[in-house]
Design a protein around this ligand. Structure first.
Ligand code: FMN
Length: 176
């Protein structure tokens, strides 16, 4: 049974939401990191991500400048750092120094990988489209890296005030 409600109320029911960290590196050599919940796989041949990135974000400026970035899926141990990356702008703040996030060098993109993430995807900017109020950034995956530890779980945003927690598979494999 459904009850008509404004979209912003209905959307509160969609959580948990996958959250990624988008890593960039500017002309000054400094890396930046931002949390993004508006993320989806947009193509499998070639692999692409689509990300909703506010044009006020420093990350948006750096993606347009360098035309490359890393999409990292944070592990549940990275909740505090993910919240920090998602609540501070990097224009005049070094979020890596502030959080102590560990990095690793990628193979094709100058922005670093996040060493403790579940997986990292090096991406090349394909295009940016803006059908509504938020620019949608399309990135083609040009290299991918995984954390092989089976104990490392992905981090999700569970909604109200950015509650960031891991999610476990139900033991039976059944959802109900
Ligand atoms: C869990 C979470 C999810 C977020 N999702 C988005 C998103 O999808 N798009 C967006 O533009 N900002 C999102 N934000 C806010 C940005 O991460 C925030 O504005 C950040 O400070 C931008 O950093 P920058 O200016 O260094 O690029 C999210 C924040 C959090 C904590």
């Amino acid at each position: 049974m459904q009850t008509k409600t404004p979209p912003e109320n209905a959307l509160k029911r969609k959580y948990p939401e996958q959250t990624v960290l988008v890593v960039t590196r500017g002309n000054d050599g400094r890396a930046n990191v931002m949390a993004v919940g508006w993320v989806m796989i947009a193509s499998s041949e070639p692999w692409m991500f689509a990300l909703g990135i506010d044009d006020a974000a420093y990350t948006y400026e750096l993606i347009r400048q360098k035309r490359e970035f890393v999409v990292a899926f944070p592990s549940e141990s990275m909740a505090k750092e993910t919240l920090f990356a998602g609540t501070h702008h990097g224009h005049s703040l070094d979020k890596f120094a502030a959080t102590g996030l560990q990095t690793q060098t990628g193979v094709l993109v100058k922005a670093p990988l996040l060493a403790d993430a579940v997986a990292n995807f090096e991406c090349r900017l394909v295009c940016i489209v803006q059908p509504g109020d938020c620019p949608i950034v399309f990135g083609e995956v040009i290299a991918a890296h995984e954390n092989r530890s089976p104990r490392v779980l992905c981090l999700y945003n569970w909604g109200s005030n950015y509650t960031l927690l891991g999610a476990r598979k139900p033991r039976t494999g059944r959802l109900s």
